[in-house]
Ligand binder design. Structure first.
Ligand code: PEP
Ligand code: MN
Length: 455
């Protein structure tokens, strides 16, 4: 923000409203052992610079509004849970490259602008179905993500430690710095479309990508020969997102924008509310209703029309374009039954949220050898179901939300590499939910591009 812009002070009512969540039930918060230590961490975080800027957040909101009206498509992806040890240059680069490749497949296949967004630079906190975990008679607090405690099953590691919130901030800052360097410093130049395919193990999706990249290359060279030189090819916008779960972090990162006097959660561009914390009278919905970021809400198969419309009312009372995204995660077997009534109810109202599909979280299974997994065929089927429902109702299927990694892991079953249960034993790395690997991610992008092209 330039210094000659007017500085607008926040209305005191807005400021006190930000803390209204404190009077409401807050699900999924850690039990910190030392309240004084948490307070000190909150004060420290509140003094740190914002990770993202209000102006960027507003631009994203405009892009999401385009997607909601059928003129763009949102690609959102990354780890289920980021970890501090894996925030290395190589792993971040592999994830960014995978997302850039998927985005090219979608842009080229569907001739449509694609909004790129990572589940990155802040996805360090996890909701859990149980507060504790028991192994061989020993019961300890459940792992709630690196922002809260460690994964090792020892008392020392599992007791929540608020200093981890500071490490979450620092790791987010360095991750975001690298993302900005990659996407603004030449690495994301469309003339390097082939380069992004290098460094991954050979796989069938890779080869399909290579053929497409050759076509794109030829088209770019043709345009260049004609004298066209688009700046748009050199850099790309890339946004960050995570689940807004921990108030000690999100509230501390919320700042008043000096241009408008309104609050922005500066921990990430886009913040979503999880399936387990979207209670209408709960703290998460209240808090996020008061910040200006675009907000997502996960919707599982039990979502009622009444709850859906009440969420619209609370989170988007002004019906602001781009403000609200519904991320449906119904499961392949339920999407065709559970989604139509929700989309229809919204269609009849004056709301225009962006609808995107999360084909991961409704399709969890446990394999015979004890791995949390997902079948790639189920993931693909939920994506198809999502497109079918929207096609039938004449509404726009505006994006996908996936858990993926650029690394050569084996966590989801199937795909063109035919990953089986046995293979999970050698290449399963996720501390939380199973992710699509590089090849499965590209395959998914090709399917989505095909669905978008026949829309
Ligand atoms: C997640 O996105 O990792 C998650 C926990 O999802 P959901 O809230 O949809 O279960
Ligand atoms: Mn997950």
């Amino acid at each position: 923000m330039s210094s000659n812009e007017p500085v607008v002070k926040a209305d005191p009512k807005v400021l006190s409203g930000l803390d209204h969540y404190l009077t409401l039930p807050a699900a999924q918060q850690p039990t910190w052992p030392d309240a004084e230590a948490v307070k000190a961490v909150r004060e420290t975080l509140a003094k740190y610079p914002p990770l993202v800027f209000a102006g960027e957040v507003d631009i994203l909101k405009g892009r999401l509004a385009e997607a909601a009206s059928g003129k763009a498509f949102l690609l959102q992806g990354g780890d289920c849970a980021e970890t501090f040890v894996d925030a290395t240059a190589d792993r971040i680069r592999a994830r960014v490259k995978t997302l850039l490749q998927m985005a090219v497949v979608l842009t080229y296949g569907a001739s449509m602008p694609v909004i790129k967004m990572g589940r990155m630079a802040g996805q360090f906190a996890k909701p859990r179905s149980s507060d504790t975990e028991t192994r061989e008679g020993l019961t300890l607090p459940a792992y709630r993500g690196d922002a809260v405690n460690g994964y090792d099953f020892t008392e020392e590691s599992r007791i929540p430690n608020p200093n981890r919130l500071l490490q979450a901030y620092n790791t987010s800052a360095s991750t975001l710095n690298l993302i900005r360097a990659f996407t603004m410093g030449g690495f994301a130049d469309l003339r390097s479309v082939h380069e992004w395919n290098k460094g991954f193990t050979d796989n069938p999706a890779n080869s399909r990508y290579e053929v497409m990249a050759r076509d794109i290359d030829r088209a770019i060279k043709f345009m260049a020969a004609c004298g066209a030189d688009f700046n748009e090819l050199r850099t790309t916008e890339f946004y960050t997102s995570h689940e807004g779960l921990l108030f000690d972090y999100e509230r501390s990162m919320t700042r008043i924008d000096s241009r408008t006097g309104t609050p922005y959660d500066t921990s990430g561009h886009f913040i979503w509310i999880g399936e387990r914390t979207r209670q209408l009278d709960g703290a998460h919905v209240d808090f996020l209703s008061r910040v200006r970021n675009p907000i997502g809400v996960k919707l599982g198969p039990s979502t009622s029309v009444d709850d859906l419309m009440a969420l619209v009312e609370k989170l988007d009372p002004e019906r602001e374009p781009g403000r609200l995204t519904f991320i449906t995660r119904m499961g392949a077997s339920q999407i065709r039954d559970a989604l139509p009534k929700l989309v229809e109810a919204v269609k009849k109202s004056d709301a225009q949220p962006l609808w995107i599909t999360d084909p991961m979280h409704g399709n969890g299974i446990t394999t015979k050898n004890g791995y949390k997994s997902r079948r790639f065929d189920d993931v693909m089927d939920e994506v198809r179901g999502f497109f079918e429902v929207h096609r039938e109702l004449g509404t726009f299927p505006g994006g996908v939300h996936v858990e993926l990694t650029g690394d050569d892991v084996a966590e989801c079953l199937g795909g063109s590499e035919h990953i089986d249960e046995k293979t999970l034993e050698s290449r399963y790395e996720s501390l939380c939910d199973p992710r699509l690997n590089h090849s499965q991610s590209l395959e998914l992008a090709f399917l989505v591009a095909e669905e978008l092209a026949v829309r």
